[in-house]
Design a protein around this ligand. Structure first.
Ligand code: C2O
Ligand code: CU
Ligand code: CU
Length: 550
C-alpha cells in the first residue's frame, strides 16, 4: 500500500492489516496514518488463533517477538509461506503483561521486510498489572523508534551489502510511530511510554532534554518490581522499555526525547568518521578502499560470487526500495550511530483530563527472580560466542542452518540454564595478529569498511542478542578490560550507566568486549527456537542459530 510519510508523494510500503474474526473486537487497534501494523491486545491465559494470509509477492512468515509459544507458532523461517498461502498460529498467552511486538522472520530478508513497514506492537495485559496505579488510556502511549532513508520521490531505500552488512542499516530520518519530526501535545501530568526500538540496527541513548533522569518501570518482559532511574537509557533493536515521565512541572515548555552521543562501541574507523561530523570528506576517507571494492563487489554479486552470500541475496520489499544509489552512497546519507539527535518533541500545552494514577508507585509488581540455584549448569555456562567468518558475524562459530543445532545448542525441555554471551578471539591470539593501534592494524583498517575488515574492527561492534522462547534474566556483566582488544573500555564509559538488568528480558545489548551471564528457562515446548543478533543485517547474514529443545 501507500502511506503519506513525508510531504509530497506517498511512500510505497508493505504493511500488516488485521481484523478480529471472533472474540473481543477491541483486540485489534489500527493506528491511523502509518505503515505500522495494528496493535494486538492479548490477555494472559487467553487462547489465540491467528491466520496469516500472505498477500505479498514474496515468501513470508511472522514472529511474535518475546511471546513464549510452541515451535509451530514461533514463526521459524522454515515455516515461511509462499504468496497467497496461509499459516495458522495457535497458542495460549503465557507472558506477563507487557509490551511485545510482531515482525517478519523470513530467511535472509527479515531486515528488508521489516524495513518496508512490516511491524506492529502486541500489548499483553493481566489482572495483576491492572491493579498497578499507572497512567492509563490516553496517558499510556507507545513510542516505536525507527529510522529510514528516502529517495527524491519519497520511496524507501534499503540495501544490506558492503559496509552495511557489517554496520547494519542506518537511516537518515528518525521516525516515531511511523512519523518524521514527531511532535505531540501532552498534558501537564505523568505518562507511561512504551518504547520499542523497531529499527534495523540503530541503538539509541535515550535522555530527556530538560535533564530529568529516565525513570524505567518496565523492560521486555513487563513491569519491574520497583522503578529505577538512569541518567540515560541504552535501547538496542528489538528491545522494549517502559518509561514513566512527569510533565506537571514542564507546563508550557517543550521537552524533547533525545538520543545522546556515545562512542567506542563501533569500529574505530567508523568512530573517526562519526566524530568528523559524518561529512562526505570523512566518508570518502573511510571508504577509500571501500569504494573500489564496492564496485567490484557489485560485479561479483552479479556473478553470484562473494562467498555465495552477496550474490544470491533476494531483497523483498516494495518495488523500487533497492533504489539505484548503491550501498556506499546510502551509507553516506545516514545519521551516524552514536551521534546526538532529537527523537520526539513533547509540548506540554494540554490540561490533564484526569489526575488519576499521577504519582509514581514505589512498588510496581512482584518479579520472581531466577537464581543460580535454579540452573543445572552453574559452573559451566552454555556459550553464545560472537565471532565472524570474514565480514559476516557468527554465533558459536557457525552460520545459520535451517535445522542445525550443535550439542551446546541442545537443551532438555523444562531445564533452566546458565548462558554466557562473549566475544571470541578475545585473547593472546588476537594480540599477536593485530596488535591494537599498531601500524599493521591501522593499515589493515584503511582498506575500508567495504573491504578487508580487520579483526579489531569486527570486535568493536555491539550486538543486540535476542533469544526466542521464555524470557531470561541477567545475573552478571563483566565490562571490557581497560586497554583490551576492543578499543572500547573508554567508550564503555559513555554507555554503561544506561543499562537496566533488573527485569525480564528477551534481548540484551552485548557491548564490545563485554561478557554477560544470564539465566534462561527452556520451558514447556520442544522444537527449534532461534537465537540471533537483532541487528537485522547481522541476522540476515550469518548471525543466527537454533536452540534445539528436546
Ligand atoms: Cu524479533 Cu527472532 O526476532
Ligand atoms: Cu523473537
Ligand atoms: Cu550483531
Amino acid at each position: 500500500g501507500k502511506v503519506q510519510i513525508l510531504p509530497g508523494p506517498a511512500t510505497r510500503v508493505w504493511r500488516y492489516t488485521a481484523r478480529v474474526v471472533k472474540g473481543d473486537p477491541d483486540a485489534v487497534i489500527p493506528i491511523p496514518d502509518t505503515y505500522l501494523g495494528p496493535i494486538l491486545k492479548f490477555r494472559k491465559g487467553q487462547r489465540v488463533r491467528i491466520t496469516l494470509h500472505n498477500r505479498l509477492p514474496a515468501k513470508f512468515i511472522t514472529h511474535w517477538h518475546g511471546m513464549h509459544v510452541p515451535f509451530e507458532a514461533d514463526g521459524h523461517p522454515s515455516y515461511a509461506i509462499d504468496p497467497e498461502e496461509t499459516y495458522v498460529y495457535e497458542f495460549t498467552v503465557e507472558n506477563r503483561a507487557g509490551t511485545y511486538w510482531y515482525h517478519p522472520h523470513t530467511n535472509m530478508v527479515t531486515g528488508a521486510q521489516a524495513y518496508s513497514g512490516l511491524a506492529g506492537l502486541i500489548l499483553v495485559e493481566d489482572d495483576e498489572e491492572n491493579e498497578v496505579p499507572l497512567p492509563r488510556g490516553e496517558y499510556d502511549l507507545p513510542l516505536v523508534l525507527q529510522d529510514r532513508t528516502f529517495d527524491e520521490t519519497n520511496q524507501l531505500l534499503y540495501d544490506r551489502r558492503g559496509p552495511i552488512a557489517m554496520l547494519g542499516f542506518l537511516g537518515e530520518k528518525i521516525l516515531v510511530n511511523g512519523h518524521p519530526d514527531f511532535t505531540l501535545n501532552v498534558a501537564s501530568r505523568s505518562y507511561r511510554f512504551r518504547v520499542l526500538n523497531g529499527s534495523n540496527s540503530r541503538i539509541y541513548k535515550l535522555a530527556w532534554s530538560d535533564g530529568d533522569s529516565i525513570t524505567v518501570i518496565g523492560t521486555d518482559g513487563g513491569l519491574l518490581e520497583r522503578p529505577v532511574t538512569r541518567p540515560y537509557l541504552m535501547i538496542g533493536p528489538g528491545e522494549r522499555y517502559e518509561l514513566w515521565r512527569d510533565f506537571s512541572k514542564s507546563k508550557g515548555k517543550e521537552v524533547r526525547l533525545e538520543s545522546q552521543e556515545y562512542h567506542g562501541i563501533m569500529p574505530p574507523l567508523y568512530e573517526r568518521f562519526r566524530r568528523s561530523g559524518g561529512s562526505m570528506m570523512g566518508m570518502g576517507g573511510m571508504m577509500g578502499g571501500g569504494m573500489g571494492r564496492g564496485g567490484r563487489m557489485g560485479s561479483m554479486g552479479q556473478r553470484g560470487g562473494m562467498g555465495g552470500m552477496m550474490g544470491t541475496q533476494t531483497i523483498s520489499g516494495p518495488e523500487g526500495m533497492m533504489g539505484t544509489i548503491g550501498p556506499m552512497m546510502l551509507m553516506a546519507r545516514h545519521i551516524p550511530q552514536g551521534s546526538h539527535f532529537t527523537i520526539a518533541r513533547f509540548r506540554v500545552t494540554e490540561k490533564p483530563r484526569t489526575l488519576d494514577n499521577q504519582e509514581l508507585p514505589a512498588k510496581l509488581r512482584p518479579l520472581p527472580q531466577l537464581s543460580l540455584d535454579d540452573v543445572v549448569n552453574p559452573d559451566k555456562p552454555r556459550p553464545i560466542a560472537i565471532g565472524n567468518h570474514g565480514r559476516q558475524f557468527t554465533l558459536n562459530g557457525q552460520a545459520f542452518s535451517m535445522t542445525g543445532a550443535l550439542p551446546i545448542e541442545t537443551f532438555p525441555v523444562n531445564t533452566i540454564h546458565l548462558m554466557e554471551i562473549f566475544h571470541e578471539h578475545g585473547g593472546m591470539e588476537m594480540e599477536g595478529e593485530h596488535g591494537g593501534e599498531s601500524e599493521h592494524g591501522s593499515r589493515q583498517s584503511m582498506q575500508g569498511m567495504g573491504g578487508g575488515m580487520s579483526m579489531a574492527m569486527m570486535m568493536a561492534m555491539v550486538h543486540p542478542i535476542h533469544l526466542h522462547g521464555h524470557y531470561f534474566q541477567i545475573v552478571r556483566r563483566t565490562p571490557p578490560e581497560a586497554g583490551g582488544m576492543h578499543g572500547s573500555s573508554e567508550g564503555y564509559e559513555t554507555v554503561k550507566d544506561g543499562l537496566v538488568d533488573e527485569g525480564y528480558q528477551d534481548t540484551v545489548l552485548a557491548m564490545a568486549g563485554e561478557r554477560i551471564q544470564l539465566i534462561k528457562p527452556f520451558d514447556k515446548y520442544k522444537g527449534l527456537f532461534l537465537y540471533h543478533c537483532h541487528n537485522l543485517e547481522h541476522e540476515d547474514g550469518e548471525m543466527m542459530r537454533n536452540f534445539k529443545v528436546v
